[in-house]
Ligand binder design. Sequence first.
Ligand SMILES: [Fe+2]
Length: 133
Amino acid sequence: MKDLVWDEILSVGVDEIDEDHRKLVNLFNILNHAVVDEESPDYLAAILAELINCTAWHFSHEERLMLKHRYQGFEEHRAEHEELIQSARALQQGILRANQPMVDEHIEFLERWLTEHILTADLRLGSYLSQVM
Ligand SMILES: [Fe+2]
């Protein structure tokens, strides 16, 4: 699977959010390479945990910005964050329970998981924040 390249398409127009997203894209690529290189299950699990933890932290960051700037779409956006974290944790648990290596299918799921939210909900948030910040 090809690396995810962070470029202007993924920019939401707010530097501090873009910075977080770059970090997440970077972690995703590290994970992708580790799967291709057939690294140990422990190592793969560690990167996946790092990606999920980093995403949870980033969601808190966005939620703080939404509250500070009184974003009308806060509840809906926060609900989407919760769903995303739950779905990633379900994937994580599934892999651990099955005791099977991560495969391309998991990586493809995580790519959609990461980019679809950025390209929809985060773009809407970014265009609001860039007007009021
Ligand atoms: Fe978001």
